[in-house]
Write a protein that binds this ligand. Structure first.
Ligand code: RFL
Length: 382
């Protein structure tokens, strides 16, 4: 039996889409290259923005997805160790985000989809997409699936974007010249997400459950290699940059190097293939928009596919333009935020600009409201 939609990838984009399609009565099969435990345990983002939360609420999935999630109220900044609290929820008229670690969101969406009778196939290796311009077919191993549409939700390294002829796409990339060394550690979480800046560089500490924190340290790619830093050196850097000499080092359970790059591909569609999430764009983690953008794409795509299956493909034709608007708004916000909190090349002029930008958040109400509005997420009615 042909299915309406084959969804490639079971990350935040693919699982949001699959659940929304299921709710709308549209048949779909989800193909995931990895096994269930890998997908459920991959730690990345930590905050579902207000708009993302509303998507699940409107779909009647709030209980399944948001249950018990603490609200994000304040952000704490420290400039050269000096603390400042920004009431992001208050400034956005109560539109704070929720603390939902990505692996918890994925686990909950997976369970909801499967409990609803969803068809999700793990370990689907070597997925290939065929006849995307006419009658799409998706194959893996010796399985072949006919479908009306394919949703490419398989992340930056997936097969979907690569299945589009290169000359059909325009690619935009930007290297921010900033590296992050991140460590997940058994260390009491801060009361609020904490970001520190100053002449020693950026550092951050974000809550990851009741007993753990994820720490971030800026480094200069090509000049420094944090993998050579002994743990005590990393803890010392954190104490200095966070202005917290009493910070206790705990067991480090995960380390990662992230070089900040941005990427956008246009259009986010080719024939009957539609890209969503990291398959179409990568954004720096500043502003916490990557996962939220993936969910927002999936929301728009679910509505458009549902209408198309029912005979009206106008929204599907507009899908790429609609999602790219938000993508570029978030890229702009993320770059703006990145420049504000990082010490870029030790450049004194940039330091002054970053300081002015930061101070404006605490002295100019419209500027603070604009910041909080982007943190809450953009509702796309324009
Ligand atoms: P994902 O999560 O990469 O999921 C893609 C899924 O597709 C599968 N796959 C395939 N399946 C079948 N066939 C193939 N050929 C396949 N190739 C891949 C993969 O196994 C996977 O299960 O993409 P998606 O759904 O678009 O979601 C995007 C988000 O994961 C991503 O934007 C965020 O994690 C980015 N991000 C953050 N976002 C935030 O909103 N807030 C944050 O605080 C935040 N912090 C982060 C981050 C990303 C990070 N890294 C590691 C890139 C922190 C880090 C360190």
């Amino acid at each position: 039996m042909p299915t309406d939609v084959v969804v490639v990838g079971a990350g935040p984009a693919g699982l949001t889409l699959a659940n929304l399609l299921q709710r709308n009565g549209i048949s779909c099969v989800v193909l995931e290259a990895r096994d269930r435990s890998y997908v459920e345990e991959r730690q990345r983002a930590g905050v579902l923005d207000h708009y993302g939360g509303r998507i699940f609420e409107q779909a009647g999935l709030a209980d399944q997805v948001l249950a018990g999630a603490p609200l994000q109220t304040y952000l704490e900044f420290r400039y050269e160790g000096e603390p400042r609290l920004l009431d992001v929820a208050g400034l956005s008229g109560g539109r704070g985000g929720s603390i939902v670690p990505q692996q918890l969101l994925v686990r909950r969406l997976l369970t909801t989809f499967l409990d609803g009778g969803g068809d999700l196939r793990f370990n689907a290796r070597d997925v290939e997409l065929h006849a995307l311009e006419t009658s799409p077919r998706v194959t893996y191993g010796d399985v072949s699936l006919d479908c009306s549409y394919v949703a490419g939700c398989d992340g930056f390294h997936g097969v979907s974007r690569r299945s589009i002829p290169e000359d059909e796409l325009t690619t935009y990339t930007f290297d921010h010249g900033i590296g992050w060394y991140t460590m997940l550690a058994d260390a009491p979480p801060p009361k609020y997400p904490l970001m520190a800046m100053g002449r020693h560089g950026f550092a951050a500490q974000f809550p990851r459950g009741p007993f753990a924190s994820r720490f971030y340290l800026q480094y200069k790619p090509g000049e420094e290699d944090p993998r050579t830093w002994p743990d005590e050196e990393a803890w010392d850097k954190l104490r200095l940059r966070l202005g917290d000499p009493a910070l206790k080092g705990g067991a480090i359970t995960d380390r990662e190097i992230v070089e900040m790059r941005s990427f956008v591909v246009e259009p986010m569609a080719y024939g009957k293939l539609f890209l969503a999430g990291d398959a179409a764009h990568i954004i720096t983690p500043m502003g916490a928009k990557g996962m939220n953008l993936a969910i927002a794409d999936a929301h728009v795509l679910a509505g458009a596919l549902t209408s198309a299956v029912r005979g009206d493909d106008a929204a599907l034709r507009a899908y790429s333009d609609v999602c790219l608007r938000r993508t570029w708004d978030y890229q702009d916000f993320s770059r703006w935020f990145t420049e504000m909190v990082h010490d870029i090349d030790g450049d004194p002029f940039r330091r002054k600009l970053a300081r002015a930008r930061f101070e404006r958040l605490f002295t100019n109400h419209p500027a603070a409201v604009a910041f909080a509005d982007m943190m809450a997420g953009i509702e796309l009615v324009r």
